[in-house]
Design a protein around this ligand. Structure first.
Ligand SMILES: NC(=O)c1ccc[n+]([C@@H]2O[C@H](COP(=O)([O-])OP(=O)(O)OC[C@H]3O[C@@H](n4cnc5c(N)ncnc54)[C@H](OP(=O)(O)O)[C@@H]3O)[C@@H](O)[C@H]2O)c1
Length: 268
């Protein structure tokens, strides 16, 4: 069982999620089946990933009760002016009756506020249990929190030791908005980082497992992607060890504003 974290709207979410960005349609179905067999109960997809059908089919074929799986998808930028239709289309592609979390994928300047208001309407129908945002900086959240009726439950952002996002994390957590940490392996760029080998060896774990464990111990909801069965299992085996204060200090010292995905900080 993966530990669950409570969202401010009362729903709970497994603290480790399985991401499927860049899992091609061919790979995605098998990867999600393997992830569910391994024990993951939280899947993160998006309209723009082009694999919602595979995610939905893998969930249905798994035989696991729908209520036991937390499913997230996201509203793509060019769909922000037609959020209801985009949501209906995502739900149809997933082949599900509801999703657990629907996110505004990116804070597009002109359309983001109205788009979130549409998410509030969808939320009121119960077809998504929770709503949130992704890639929002404090300025985007300041604007939203002034006008929203339903506060976002999460802000899904890039976060790993090289991009610890301390200010943004503190901002969100002080407002009861949980951090969903994407690209926890720095999009795969840091799984061979020599500076972390001693920490990994000390615990008999891989560097990838140390990176995931660091983010879990920071209280984040962590989203990791792999299409390899061996790595899917490796990334799941992180609940049987704990980093100590010295290890955490070693990882904290790596913070260096390394972005591997997009940078929303210049988006007005
Ligand atoms: N909201 C957003 O804007 C946003 C942006 C980016 C990501 N996300 C979400 O977050 C998820 C995770 O982020 P991510 O996919 O960018 O990056 P990530 O999980 O940090 O890294 C994935 C990469 O690392 C490799 N990998 C995975 N486990 C490994 C291991 N144990 N050892 C060595 N290599 C390993 C994977 O290759 P293999 O597949 O070949 O194993 C893949 O190339 C995404 O899939 C997506 O769901 C959201």
């Amino acid at each position: 069982m993966i530990p669950a974290l409570k969202l401010h709207d009362g729903h709970t979410v497994p603290c480790l999620g399985f991401g499927v960005w860049k899992a091609s349609s061919g790979d995605c179905y098998n990867a999600v089946r393997t992830a569910l067999d391994t024990g993951y109960r939280h899947i993160d997809t998006a309209r723009i990933y082009g694999n919602e059908e595979d995610v939905g089919r893998a969930i249905r074929d798994s035989g696991i009760p729908r209520n036991d799986i937390f499913v997230t998808t996201k509203l793509w930028n060019s769909d922000q002016a037609k959020a209801q239709k985009a949501f209906d289309d995502s739900l149809a592609r997933l082949g599900l009756d509801y999703i657990d979390l629907y996110l505004v994928h990116f804070p597009v300047t002109k359309t983001r506020v109205a788009a979130f208001a549409e998410l509030e309407k969808i939320h009121a129908t119960g077809k998504t249990r929770s709503i949130g945002v992704s890639n929002y900086m404090p300025a985007h959240l300041d604007e939203l929190l002034k006008v929203c009726q339903v506060k976002p439950v999460v802000n899904q952002i890039e976060l790993h030791p090289w991009l610890a996002q301390k200010e943004l994390k503190a901002y969100c957590e002080s407002r009861d908005i949980r951090i969903q940490a994407y690209s926890p392996l720095a999009h795969g760029q840091k799984t061979g980082d020599a500076s972390l080998k001693p920490v990994a060896d000390k615990h008999g774990k891989s560097i990838a497992q140390v990176l995931l464990r660091w983010s879990i111990q920071k209280g984040n909801i962590v989203l990791v992607k792999s299409v390899s069965p061996q790595r899917i299992q490796e990334n799941f085996a992180i609940f049987d060890f704990e980093l100590d204060a010295g290890d955490i200090q070693t990882l904290d010292a790596l913070d260096s504003n390394l972005r591997t995905c997009w940078d929303p900080s210049a988006t007005p």
